[in-house]
Design a protein around this ligand. Structure first.
Ligand code: PLP
Length: 398
């Protein structure tokens, strides 16, 4: 008998794979699952997944649209015009911002995709990108894939968790090609006003930097304050783009619908790279996404009020246990200082092991996240209250 040698190919990953940042939060998920597997009643406030369902009028629209044979074919490369018009109309109505649906709107598979793609569109290996610290880790992923170099903009409580542009050395600012900003902010819950965006446009224009404004939590503002959009600032469209997503606004995280809006050159580049990666979203999803944007918006106001009520419940409970923290002005995150004899990771481990509560350690968002944990307002008020009281019983505060 002819016996062939076994086929063996060793797989050698490309260098760019080893440059990807470590997935810090994968470890958190593993620890939480291990605790649940022991039969413990774990309250998971460590992640950023909306806990409420998508409003039913949007779901029904997808159900009907799924039967449309037009959507069973390939969708147009850069998405259906009706969806681009829907997001342009929403920006006009909500922010008074004019967008050309064909030239100033790119449809994305969720904001995350665009946040990674923009670095690939704009950065050559070695190019500098300014990123917030603490910040959303997907910015790092895009910069790493492009071979770019990150320079960190510290976000500290004394400056309202806004970057201080005057503290960035001129040689670094002059080398930077791209910068990320994100308000309402993940993880700090800080909100930016129009004066901050005006300073951003001025700084970016002076140093020739493209701005990527991540507006994922744009719909969630508290205490009667509606978060401002970067694109409302004079000169913003000349300077950069805003990333907008349906994930949080309409509880559509699993649907994967987002947009890059604003600067026509950047929108063109994002559409171009996407022409090589994808062929746009399923048409039925695009139709339902347009329904979300064009349809009744009371669900958005109700969602924001729900998070505000949860925030208030959490802060009342925090006060009761003697844990002092600043209230977030938007997003669905609370950024809580840990006791001085703990690191963010040791504190998160302790509350998971002894109180069965999952919180995200701030160090996972960057060095300036040390000293904090992030709590997501992603459970009922009763569960949130229970979580804080469980932590209170550990006797670490007050
Ligand atoms: N930006 C921030 C700050 C986020 O927290 C998230 C999701 O958690 C996203 C962007 C990405 O949202 P999506 O890809 O679901 O649109």
């Amino acid at each position: 008998m002819n016996s062939k040698p076994p086929i063996q190919v060793s797989i050698h990953p490309a260098d760019r794979m080893s440059g990807l940042p470590a997935q810090f939060f994968a470890g958190l998920v593993r620890k939480a699952n291990a605790q649940t597997a022991k039969g413990r009643d774990v309250i998971n406030l460590g992640q950023g997944n909306p806990d409420q369902p998508t409003p039913s009028h949007i779901v029904h629209r997808l159900q009907a649209a799924a039967a449309n044979p037009l959507y069973h074919k390939y969708p147009p490369f850069s998405g259906f015009t009706f969806l681009k018009e829907a997001v342009a109309n929403r920006y006009q109505e909500d922010y008074g911002v004019e967008l050309d649906p064909e030239k100033e709107v790119a449809v994305l598979f969720g904001g995350k995709t665009g946040l990674v793609e923009i670095s690939q569109c704009l950065l050559n290996p070695g190019d500098v990108c300014l990123v917030p610290d603490p910040g959303y880790p997907d910015y790092w992923s895009g910069v790493a894939l492009a071979g770019g170099v990150m320079e960190y903009m510290p976000l500290v409580a004394d400056n309202g968790f806004l970057p201080d542009y005057s503290a960035i050395p001129a040689p670094i600012a002059n080398k930077a090609k791209l910068m990320f900003i994100n308000y309402p902010n993940n993880p700090t819950g800080a909100v930016a006003g129009s004066d901050f965006y005006a300073r951003t446009v001025e700084f970016a224009a002076k140093h020739g930097i493209a701005v990527a404004s991540d507006f994922a939590y744009g719909a969630i503002g508290f205490d009667g304050q509606k978060p401002a959009s970067f694109l409302q600032t004079p000169g913003a469209k000349e300077t950069g783009v805003e990333f907008y997503t349906l994930s949080k606004t309409y509880n559509m995280a699993g649907w994967r619908v987002g947009f890059a809006l604003g600067n026509a050159d950047i929108v063109h580049l994002i559409n171009l790279i996407q022409d090589h990666y994808y062929c746009s979203l399923f048409g039925g999803i695009q139709e339902a996404a347009a329904e979300a944007l064009n349809g009744p918006q009371n669900c958005v106001a109700e969602l924001s009020s729900m998070y505000e009520a949860r925030r208030n419940t959490v802060y009342k409970a925090l006060q009761q246990i003697g844990w002092e923290a600043q209230k977030p002005g938007g997003s669905f995150f609370c950024w809580l200082p840990v006791p001085s004899d703990h690191t963010s990771a040791s504190f998160a481990d302790l509350v998971l092991e002894q109180a069965d509560v999952v919180l995200a350690p701030g160090i996972g968002f960057g060095n300036h996240g040390e000293g904090y944990v992030r709590l997501g307002l992603l459970a009922s008020e009763a569960r949130l209250e229970e979580a804080i009281h469980r932590i209170g019983r550990l006797g670490l505060f007050g």
